[in-house]
Design a protein around this ligand. Structure first.
Ligand code: 1CP
Length: 333
């Protein structure tokens, strides 16, 4: 049993396990080197030799407790035959969504398109570097995927004005996303993923009255499904504010918190295992400050099942030396 397994069984461990969102990525020179030779991001994700190597890169450098597969939440719309492109300095750009085509899609064709993701999981599970560590698979939450598939670009500057115009269309799309998410999760688990994290990066965009329809209901369905496979599920409803209500309704195995919530309040409100919280920008400051912040989270959650992580992905401008210092500090605490 690993430290993360212990925590996810709701046990308090004296040493806290650590992994970092986006640990495989742009802050690592060895990733940038591979990326510079592979301008097509989707193709890079679909090259299991390279994507497994990228997954393992952070484990070669740091004593992390888990590998998170190098993939993307937008592999789902790609699998549904919606065009997905990553433009430099802009982000993802998606083609028009054709719901009829998606409704007519066959499950085996979807799985065939995403096969390299499942092969990547098998490769890393068989690698010595993940021995005694957890392999984390992931998906985007139904709401966040709906956002990208309808908005067709990042909603960083807000959703398009007519986003909520056709509610029937939105709900039909949401249903089909849920259906294929279950298929994608099933295949990740069958390939060896031991934990699933659900990233709801845009949960903060919804008004309270819409949380039930777009987040609570579809996410609860996924959580129930993942638990039925005897696999723990970590939910990250970034920016939702109502973490307590989310946990009570959705009931994940663990909750990942963002950097805008007060960890002390979470400690009071939440009975399930907690992950994350520290602002990724702290890694851009100095060691003294980093030490102070890490200590803050470890002290607050000392008597709680807790996995150290950040409150969002590690920033591309992070110095790998600061990441090294962070991991060592958590391990030596
Ligand atoms: O080199 C590059 O330009 C690619 C940058 C990049 C990377 C490294 C993208 C494009 N995706 C990824 C990998 C990725 N994406 C992982 C890898 C595993 C890890 O080490 O953690 C994961 C878990 C994701 C998940 C993901 N993709 C999310 C959820 C988490 C989050 O950050 O909120 C989201 C929203 C995406 C969409 C996406 N993919 C890539 C970008 C730049 C974005 C965000 C665009 C936006 O701001 O809307």
């Amino acid at each position: 049993m690993t430290l993360i397994d212990e925590v996810l069984m709701n046990n308090i461990t004296s040493n806290k396990p650590i992994w970092i969102m986006r640990q495989a990525g742009r802050y690592l020179p060895e990733f940038r080197e591979i990326r510079s030779r592979n301008p097509n991001f989707i193709e890079l994700c679909l090259n299991e030799k390279l994507s497994s190597e990228i997954t393992l890169q952070p484990l070669r450098r740091f004593n992390l407790d888990a590998a998170i597969i190098f993939s993307d939440i937008l592999m789902l719309p790609y699998g549904l035959n919606q065009k997905v492109e990553f433009k430099k300095n802009i982000g993802p750009i998606l083609g028009n969504l054709n719901l009829d085509n998606i409704l007519n899609l066959k499950e085996i064709d979807f799985v065939e398109k995403l096969k390299p993701v499942y092969k990547l999981i098998k490769l890393i599970r068989n690698n010595d570097l993940t021995k005694n560590k957890n392999t984390i698979g992931f998906v985007g939450a139904p709401w966040t995927l709906l956002v990208y598939m309808i908005n067709q670009e990042s909603p960083k500057l807000g959703l398009k004005n007519d986003f909520f115009k056709d509610k029937i269309f939105l709900n039909e799309t949401l249903k089909v996303i849920e259906k294929y998410l279950i298929i994608h999760i099933k295949n990740q688990v069958e390939s060896g993923a031991q934990i699933i994290q659900i990233f709801d990066s845009w949960a903060g965009l919804l008004e309270e009255k819409d949380l039930s329809n777009y987040i609570y209901e579809p996410t609860t369905n996924l959580v129930k499904y993942i638990k039925s496979l005897n696999i723990p599920v970590i939910c990250f409803p970034k920016g939702i504010k109502k973490y307590k209500e989310f946990c009570e309704i959705v009931n994940p195995s663990a909750i990942c918190i963002d950097y805008e919530v007060d960890p002390k309040q979470i400690m009071k409100d939440i009975k399930i295992p907690v992950q994350g919280g520290m602002d990724p920008k702290i890694l851009l400051t100095d060691r003294e400050n980093l030490k102070k912040e890490v200590k803050k989270y470890l002290d607050i959650f000392r008597n709680h099942p807790y996995i150290f992580n950040l409150g969002h992905g590690i920033l591309p401008s992070t110095d790998p030396k600061m990441m090294d210092y962070l991991v060592k500090m958590v391990k030596d605490y």
